[in-house]
Design a protein around this ligand. Sequence first.
Ligand code: AHR
Length: 640
Amino acid sequence: MKTHLACCFACGLLAAAAAPAADVHRVTVEPETVVSAASPDLWGLFFEDIDLSLDGGVYAEMVRNRSFEDGHGATRELTLEYWNPVGNAECFLSERPDAHPNDRHCVTVRGLPGVGIANEGYFGMGVKKGAAYRLSFALKGVGVKAVDVALEAYSKPPLATARIEGVSGAGEWQTFTATLVANDDEAQARLVLRFVPNRQGGREGLEAQLDHVSLFPADAVAGLFRRDLVDRLAALRPSFVRFPGGCWVEGDTMKDAYRWKTTIGDKWNRRTQWNIWKYWSTNGVGFHEYLLLAEALGAKPLFCINCGMSHKETVPMEKMDAFVQDALDCLDYANGPVDSEWGAKRAAAGHPEPFGLDYLEIGNENGGKDYEERYARIANAVRAKYPAVKLIFNNWKATKRVDDPKDLRDDHFYETADVFMSRLAHEYDESKGDFDIFVGEYAVTQGAGRYGNLRAAIGEAALMLGLERNQAQVKLAAYAPLFANAQHTTWTPNLIYPTTTGCFVNPSWTVQKLFSANRGAAVLKVTVETTTFETDVPKTWSKGRDRCVIETVQASAQRAANGDIILKLVNCAETAQEVDVRGVAGAATRTVFTGPDRDAHNSPARPEALAETVSAFTLDGADTLPPLSLVIYRIARSGN
Ligand code: AHR
């Protein structure tokens, strides 16, 4: 596909990408030569419960440790973390022996008039002036007649207050709700509940037991998801959502592995679960809610199920029945009729229509012989019952073969920008095996800074061009990971960083958006005559160095469903490059994504520092690609 004009830099130990000499790079599109059909589902999302991406992220719950089931660190020793006593209150955890086994604890607050308890949320609660927030909680009060609830911030008058009357005071559980409307913007509010004593409580002191404390913005999508973050996802126009991991599916040990059946039904009865990414997950977004999120985005769900393997343990084959059953039942739950056992549970959760779960991945980053055996066991059972479901297997640790060439193979790439621009950009130019490919996780992770940067995003764009060119084999792809709360980044970089009041995005987000917005229906032949340059950088996952030969200008060309031709070019060099485009010409839109330098990124202080520019353009052969840029020409049907 490629012809190299010259190898300008055959030089040795360049630590970083040097600029090739000025040259004209010739890009020839053959609009009548269709290489293959495009994959309609090529670009999607990988949503892992990683780094507070759900709790503290897309899940709009603002109260942390809301049912007093969080453990201390990875232990099951329960904690009152994120709660603080108010007014000299004595606060301690108590048992609720009559409650569901996953929901056995609450807090007891004792003291004299004025006592209460406050929750700080996920690094403070962000509230917006004029916005409404729905509060609910369960209370058993002795000596209590009312509760004063408030959103407060230090050194400010209260942001919202309400008095909740009707507490029986006689010691029975009651549920209360209130709506709080904020009178100001605040990034660091907290929720305060102060207990108002009845006559007896005023004399002798009061005691309140509190549980299930919940605060949601009234505008949450489906009552569950932060609207601003869903908007960021919707802008990516994903065709599918892979969930819920990632390593989260595996867990460190089988005890912490993701088992979807523990994540459905009454939210208070779900397992509060230690997350491998170092926090407690409520599973408030469980299997059902992930399906709802995919539906809200107009995307196909792609569930990645545990295959009987965690990071450290493997379930013996004789105990695999439960895992096979989990796979069959998740499909029944998502797709089955309402009078089936699992379809009835879906309907009871408010969704009688099937979700259409057509992709099932068995395991995440599992490999070797143990994996092959477990994959075959689960896959055969699923194929027998659901032959139309597309199965996906892991490409990890020398997995040799699976049973059916119809299955997709999941490849993961975490590398330097240099490796993305060189080897990975051509990974699929020569077909590798009979399998369709799902590039289930990819990102430039080294040299990408804390919040991603321009060169990393351009490296990913080079890979994405290669995926587009090879859609005969590559059917699905997703960047990883999607979210990390800006204050909890055990993994960097991530695509979107929620803060308490909004979010900022990695430059990679813009690249993802532009590729998704500019999809084709047919892949066209494109040839690039370009220079190359070499870099020599440390290897990402092992000792040694990666010597990379990078083609300066890279391309993909497609015909869109409406007849437009979409030509995407990437300039991998840090100097502007002249191109000579042949084979297509005429009126176009020209979208350019670049930035001031390779390290350019967005941040909490400058959330929109990098953005694309779009302009009307007449493509007439010559153009100049800015340094480290993605340039997309959309040439109108009439002009080609
Ligand atoms: O995307 C972050 C992690 O990278 C995923 O959990 C895992 O699948 C991969 O190793």
